[in-house]
Ligand binder design. Sequence first.
Ligand code: SAH
Length: 342
Amino acid sequence: MDLRNLTIDEIKSYLETIGEKPFRAKQIFKWVHRSIENIDEMTDLSKDLREKLKNDVYICNMNIVGMEESKVDGTRKYLMAMKDGNIIECVFMRYKHGNSICISTQAGCRMGCTFCASTIGGKNRDLTSGEMIGQILKVQKDTGESISNIVLMGTGEPFDNYENVMKFLKLVNSKEGLNIGMRHITISTCGLVPEIRRLADENNQVTLAISLHSPNDELRRNIMPIAKKYSLDELLDACRYYINKTNRRITFEYSLIDGVNDHLENARELSALLKGLLCHVNLIPINLVKERDYKKSQKERVEAFKNMLESRGIEVTVRRELGSDIEAACGQLRRQYLKELD
Ligand code: SAH
């Protein structure tokens, strides 16, 4: 068992099975969510107990196998290997309001969005909650800086790994652990409708981001296979349900692809679609993926798109591009690494 994947209560139950005092659970949990990497570093446990623990449990650490740092803004992109050799990536970003990390939730992805590099080789497996925590701890250790914001926007579809993501939220939010508030965490989904409703019912305070990328079903189906499963009507119904339940504002991500979804008509359609909804649109000029022939929208077109939305009362920002000099976007580094292995 990976200790990093267990709640305090689960550690307690385990300790009981080996005849140890349950109060040790909190102590062990605290260690595991600091930057220690093996059981022997738990210096306030007796050597006997540490040996006993080692018979059944371990700490599953991530291994840094590659890192690129942006000369422009200090953004760091990490390639990490897990115990079974699967590779994921995560990104460390500095903002005025604190350090942020973008973590992966799956090794690969099976959603098939046509503009995204993470999905090209399909999905290998889900990450455990402990492996999601592990990314944060490893980056904190490597940078020597603490992280205050988390976005689940790395490789993978968080709602295709729902249970582990929910457990991750619980672990990372725990005051004995990293103690990161729900409001400092963003989950991004390509739009799995049942899970959006499920999250609404959890009524926690995380920020929900929806990858929309298109104002109508036809165009959306061309670039995102998930749109064949759920129509925009169904998706927006689920969003309204979420907003009513949680009273939280939703972020809609809209990656602008030159000549595909960046026409003024698309902006008009988008503003009609989102009218009256408690939301915010984040425009992202698409990052070039070598395997795809999509191009980034011109600056003027991005501006025009933004202005059109604004003039129609939609709150909108253009995402500041961090790490533009280091393939920081969406599975590109992992992709390159896996290709080199081939
Ligand atoms: N599967 C989740 C989270 C991971 S992707 C989701 O779809 O939301 C994180 C964000 O990056 C999504 O909005 C995704 O659509 C976007 N994205 C993927 N490839 C991109 C690219 N080449 N350029 C810009 N954004 C991209």
